[in-house]
Design a protein around this ligand. Structure first.
Ligand code: NOJ
Length: 744
């Protein structure tokens, strides 16, 4: 506190001195910092309190449609509590000085940013990282991101995105953990732990922001910002658990979503923000809107003007307005006119100030803006190695006929072809914040660094990612003819997924499919390296090309990580966190579907199916091959009957039957055969990622408790129901062993 007092102008010094005295005299109120916050609130004008409820973007970066040119004047006038899109020790310090030295009370700013998958060292996109099913590595990448971001003056990341998505047309599927409730919840918690580390206020931690609350990933037709409409049961059973898991892991803040649910935009949705978040889940951090989403309630058609929108938001339980400026414009007048209770403003300001106290900003407002730490921390060798490690764990081997992969490092001539083969900018994917794409390693560079000195590496781009020109085909065909094997890197540009990047087609864009066909015709061994932000419809490729690697967008070390897998320095172990459809018409397609009253029977016309497409996905959830093979034995159960108080031990012998050491993600699924409401055909309830030497067997055990069998029953109470259950264990959601037990 004394540091701060010294730096303040004379008015602030008086004010804060009073505040310090009052802190010393009054007994501590219920929570930490409550006394200090009470004293500070007592000194603040209504305008200053509303200022704390306002978040504006700086001009350092652009992550939305508007910029407020005069945001620095707003800071000076005490109309801003937090700034986003400003990073770097020097720059954040400069802005902080305005708040501390030039405002009446010198209350420090909070700095937020989209640190989504790394800050300077960029890690795989979240969907890619989810393919690792490696919670420790995922937590570690968030930890490193927090270390780098906090050294640059950041206090707050707008992550993790916990939106379940079952629609690959939606570009933001790449920012989440895929389609599954259980996996999504585990990953959400791991990422919060990584960002927040040992606790808020630690110099190398940032506070997490759980987004986008709620059900943003269920946008109709996969079109971004579109309407979400679902039953309360689906909302609670499928979409809410990952947000809840992140909050239970200690996330300090929550961000609203752009969509409406049941006719009410999330930002004005009291049911979500107060009834569920605060009352049911006891969330005591603060809630920020998404970018201008208070303003967007006018376009949604639930508010006539800025006053009505601001009132809706504050009454729903929103604490901070991102970028709309509507709280600033309207709340003071609304309170003065008796239309909004001042208590609501006090509560919101209290929550935001509490976070600032927890972060230690009242002790030293510049403690995170540290140029020395910034220099020592960002992109250090250890962090690049960690990025490469999780990147190779995130690669999914989709096909490997006749064990074409791994390739020999001493291969004579290797052609690296495709619009993504040397596309540096694409490697770090979308939402890569402060990441510098110029420092990313391309596939071509990785291959050149990884082959033997005798190998000749040939390169041709073949075509662009997204246009109609075939003018580079000839060159690509020529070099392909000279090669002993071909690596063909195709997929999407990084800009084709992320925010405002929905697609109606999931085919390879531009003329890439044609390029693949031309190269395949030559008859040389082809390894197709996919780089993309969503599942793609690659049926022809699956039928025709012998080896396929799904590499998503792997970050700064992408090229090295893919090379590690191609030459067998790393045996792939990634598993898909999302189903790959055969065609767009199958969407939504996910493994935990309901059975329906007329489950598929190919011999019976009147069953649930398509005339022109199979019901099966191209690749099921949980799928991914290895350079070795795993065999699953039959399932053993510790009993055939259990009661709700018992634990059931389910086990299965898994053996590495191939010639390579490798990791396998052993997955446990459960089905409740008869319930008071219908239940999914299977649900993931556990997984273990284990290492196996060639020939090694392990008895893999899972414990099922009543909680794993519980669900929202007909009356919406949570619990299990007696009856028959099926339990499945396997290396993906399709190829499983099965057993049955009864819950008495
Ligand atoms: C809008 C995005 O929806 C959100 O995820 C992001 O955190 C904000 N913009 C801030 O950049």
């Amino acid at each position: 506190m004394n540091n701060l007092v010294c730096k303040l102008n004379s008015v602030s010094v008086v004010a804060i001195t009073l505040f310090v005295i009052s802190c010393q005299q009054s007994p501590r109120a219920s929570g930490p910092f409550e006394n200090q916050i009470d004293s500070l609130l007592a000194l603040m004008t209504l305008e200053e309190k509303v200022g704390q409820l306002t978040l504006f973007t700086s001009d350092n970066d652009v992550t939305g449609p508007t910029i407020r040119e005069n945001y620095k004047d707003d800071i000076k006038a005490g109309r801003v509590g937090a700034i986003f899109n400003a990073f770097g020790a020097a720059y954040t310090r400069k802005l902080q000085e305005i708040a501390v030295k030039e405002t009446r009370l010198g209350i420090p700013l909070l700095f937020g940013y989209d640190v989504i998958h790394g800050h300077r060292t960029i890690f795989p996109m979240p969907l890619a990282e989810a393919s690792s099913w490696d919670l420790e590595s995922i937590e570690k990448s968030a930890r490193i991101a927090a270390d780098e971001a906090s050294a640059e003056g950041l206090h707050w990341t707008f992550a993790p995105m916990c939106d379940i998505s079952r629609d690959p047309r939606w570009g933001r599927i790449v920012e989440g953990a895929g389609e599954d409730v259980y996996l999504g919840s585990k990953i959400a918690a791991a990422r919060v732990k990584g960002f927040q580390g040992n606790g808020v206020g630690e110099l190398n931690s940032v506070i997490a922001c759980v987004k986008h609350f709620a059900a943003y990933g269920a946008a109709q037709a996969g079109r971004d910002y579109h309407t979400t409409d679902m039953s309360d049961r689906v909302l609670r059973e499928v979409y809410l658990p990952p947000y809840k898991a992140a909050i239970d892991a200690g996330a300090e803040t929550v961000m609203t979503s752009f969509n409406e649910i049941d006719g009410v935009p999330a930002t004005g949705n009291k049911y979500l923000m107060t009834d569920i978040l605060r009352k049911e889940w006891n969330f005591d951090g603060f809630v920020v809107t998404d970018y201008t989403s208070i303003m967007e309630m006018i376009a949604h058609g639930v508010a006539e003007d800025s006053s009505a929108a601001a009132a809706l938001a504050i009454e729903a339980g929103i604490d901070m307005d991102m970028q709309a400026g509507f709280f600033n414009d309207a709340l003071v007048n609304l309170v003065k006119a008796g239309k909004v209770k001042e208590d609501l403003i006090n509560e919101a300001a209290r929550r935001i100030l509490k976070t600032k106290f927890e972060l230690g900003l009242f002790d030293d407002p510049y403690r995170y803006s540290n140029p020395e730490r910034e220099k020592e921390t960002v992109m250090k060798a250890e962090y690049l190695e960690a990025s490469r490690d999780v990147a190779r764990k995130s690669i999914v081997l989709l096909k490997n006929d006749k064990q074409l992969l791994p390739l020999s490092k001493t291969i004579k001539r290797l052609a690296v072809i495709g619009p993504l083969a040397n596309a540096r900018k694409e490697m770090i994917g979308s939402w890569s914040g402060a990441g510098d794409w110029k420092k990313a390693i391309t596939l071509l560079e990785g291959i050149k660094a990884g082959v033997s000195p005798e190998t000749q590496v040939l390169y041709a781009k073949g075509c662009n990612i997204d246009d109609d020109s075939t003018m580079y085909f000839k060159e690509a065909i020529q070099i392909a003819k000279q090669a002993d094997a071909i690596l063909l890197a195709v997929g999407e540009g990084a800009w084709m997924s992320g925010e405002a990047a929905s697609r109606a087609s999931l085919d390879l864009p531009g003329v890439q499919q044609q390029l693949v066909e031309e190269i395949q015709k030559i008859g040389k061994p082809v390894v197709l390296v996919l780089m993309n932000g969503r599942p793609l419809t690659i049926n022809w490729i699956d039928k025709t090309i012998p080896a396929i690697l799904e590499t998503w967008f792997l970050g700064t070390q992408a090229g090295h990580a893919i090379t590690d897998v191609i030459f067998g320095n790393h045996n792939p172990s990634g598993k898909l966190p999302v189903t790959f459809p055969r065609s767009v018409g199958q969407i939504p397609i996910f493994y935990s579907m309901k059975n329906t009253g007329r489950p598929l029977d190919l011999k019976n016309k009147y069953t649930s199916k398509y005339l022109d497409e199979s019901n099966d996905p191209l690749y099921p959830f949980g799928f991914g091959l290895s350079y070795t093979t795993f065999e699953y034995g039959d399932i053993s159960l510790s009993g055939k009957e259990i009661t709700a108080k018992d634990k059931l031990v389910v086990s299965c012998k898994v053996t590495n039957t191939g010639k390579h050491a490798g990791d396998e993600v052993v997955q446990l699924y459960v089905r409740d055969k008869v319930g008071s409401v219908t239940r999914p055909v299977m649900e993931l309830k556990g997984f273990q990622k284990l290492s196996f030497q060639p020939g090694e067997s392990k008895n893999v055990e899972f414990t099922i408790t009543d909680a794993d069998l519980s669900f929202y029953r007909k009356d919406m109470s949570i619990g299990s129901e007696p009856g028959l259950f099926e339990v499945f264990i396997g290396g993906n959601s399709r190829d499983v062993k099965k057993a049955e037990f009864e819950l008495k």
